[in-house]
Design a protein around this ligand. Sequence first.
Ligand SMILES: Nc1ncnc2c1ncn2[C@@H]1O[C@H](COP(=O)(O)OP(=O)(O)OP(=O)(O)O)[C@@H](O)[C@H]1O
Length: 270
Amino acid sequence: MMNNNPGPAVEAAGLRVVRGGRTVLDDLAFTLPRGRITGLLGPSGCGKSTLMRALAGSQAHVTGTLTVLGRPAGHRDLRPRVGYVTQAPSVYGDLTARQNLDYYAAVLGIPRHDRAGHVDHVLHDVDLTSHADALAGNLSGGQRGRVSLAVALLGEPELLVLDEPTVGLDPVLRRDLWALFHRLADDRGATVLVSSHVMDEAERCHRLLLLRDGRLLAEDTPDALRERTGADTVEDAFLRLVDQADAEAAQAAGQAAGEAAGQAKEATTR
Ligand SMILES: Nc1ncnc2c1ncn2[C@@H]1O[C@H](COP(=O)(O)OP(=O)(O)OP(=O)(O)O)[C@@H](O)[C@H]1O
């Protein structure tokens, strides 16, 4: 994939998202380098899907800066350039896998005479050629998820945003999907953001964003994270960073309480 813009695929600064009156992402700043696989990791509810929705332009109440492929997130020019797969497979059960893909290819504006070729290509990518003519409603959950992924691959998007794409898949399929993500990055230069709450998937990423309670705990390579924390695994590195952040927060709270008590005492002795 030719790329004249050497800047990162995504740049975020002061990114904040409010959902249901609560701040669920707070003051995030990070970049996603082009052509790399970045893992977005963190416990359930930490804000991974919200961040992905913001990148795809489908999240309300986003403030701060979020630039995607040189445009503000959600800009309509980004539509064919960003592939987004949500956790719930978004395919029509009463159409076959191939018909679903043909439909989405038309929506994307891929010319009719090119569609069959594109559809065959993405079916092959996700290893579903043998199920191309099965009704999506009759496919297993994992297979439907792969049809959704194939939809996102139509038109060779420059950025792929994949929300827990390997959840519930068997080890062979998980391995095959990770091999696909690496081919997309290495051979096509695609930028891939993959979320997971399974820390062993972190080892398969070039870079990681570790999220906790809507805040960024770390942005680094798996090796650098392990080195920096003296941990053997990314999971242990994450736990050490959590402990460190908690200790710092407790210290700051203690200091603030001490200062407030001091001020109160000063006021009463005046
Ligand atoms: N529609 C909503 N309205 C209000 N709050 C929401 C809504 N959806 C999610 N939230 C809250 O936003 C926070 C982040 O949720 P999000 O789905 O982004 O987390 P996540 O890290 O993707 O979780 P999981 O790994 O379980 O999918 C959570 O505290 C959640 O309760």
